[in-house]
Design a protein around this ligand. Structure first.
Ligand code: SAM
Length: 245
């Protein structure tokens, strides 16, 4: 098992799967995504106020007692969620982002961060441990904002596997927001990095294939405005469908 201690003893750090190498994860670029995000968080300070989508998600899932933020970055949303849900867990592969988040001192539970890539073979076990004290009949949300378009196709498969695994332990819904295919040619304020613009219909088909049904779907401008950047995004809420893969 590839669990190591970070400088901050409270953060679980999980490595890439054995045998993983850059070329497997990055078929269409030589850039190392993880070092991109570490550099990004070293150089830029993303907003510390919660995103519009975080506020929307809280209002939609008032009955949820836990939330898992996948690709939580500097924790702008996780910190907000931590005062709204009984339990929150943040996952991000950028060591720098998690470091900033933990050192911010803004999380009541300093033990709620996992520094891991989505395809870490031990991520599910770590999450299970973190959710261990939630009652078996508790309901929660798997949240991913601006994460799905930042990962490779193979990592989206890992995302679905993780969602299905968590859905086997507890009742969960999924809340995602990502840059849509219509955003491809639009100007961006944030620095260039790997972006996989997603056709919402493709994502919804993948959700159905993995046993999740749409309960809300909208796409357009104005949902994630940031300075001059008004991304064309899709916002999708999913729940477990009757059909289980
Ligand atoms: C565009 S940022 C979004 C951050 C935050 N959710 C927000 O909305 O401000 C994408 C985040 O996903 C993380 N990330 C990218 N690829 C990842 C992977 N394969 N596994 C886990 N985290 C990843 C990055 O480190 C980064 O923090």
């Amino acid at each position: 098992m590839n669990i190591q201690s970070l400088r901050c003893a409270n953060v679980i750090k999980l490595d890439r799967p054995d045998g993983w190498n850059q070329s497997m994860a990055k078929p269409d670029t030589n850039e190392d995504d993880r070092s991109h995000w570490d550099r990004f968080y070293k150089k830029y300070e993303p907003p510390h106020i919660p995103s519009q989508f975080a506020v929307f998600t809280c209002a939609e899932f008032t009955g949820a007692s836990f939330l898992i933020d996948i690709g939580c970055g500097n924790g702008r949303d996780l910190i907000f969620f931590s005062s709204k849900f009984e339990k929150v867990v943040g996952v991000d592969e950028s060591e720098k982002a998690i470091d900033i988040l933990v050192k911010s001192g803004k999380l009541a539970d300093q033990d709620c961060c996992i520094n891991a890539p989505i395809n870490s073979p031990t991520l599910a076990a770590s999450l299970k441990e973190k959710l261990g004290d939630m009652p078996e009949n508790s309901f929660g949300v798997i949240y991913a904002r601006f994460f799905l378009h930042a990962i490779r196709d193979a990592d989206e498969l890992a995302f679905w596997e993780l969602c299905k695994t968590i859905a086997n332990w507890r009742d969960v819904s999924i809340a995602v927001e990502f840059r849509s295919a219509k955003d491809r040619s639009l100007p961006k304020m944030t620095p260039d990095h790997f972006r996989r613009y997603i056709a919402p219909a493709d994502f919804i088909a993948s959700a159905a294939f993995n046993g999740f049904a749409v309960i809300y779907y909208v796409e357009g401008f104005g949902f994630a405005k940031y300075g001059s950047d008004d991304a064309h995004v899709a916002r999708i809420l999913l729940q477990r469908s009757a059909w289980k893969p």
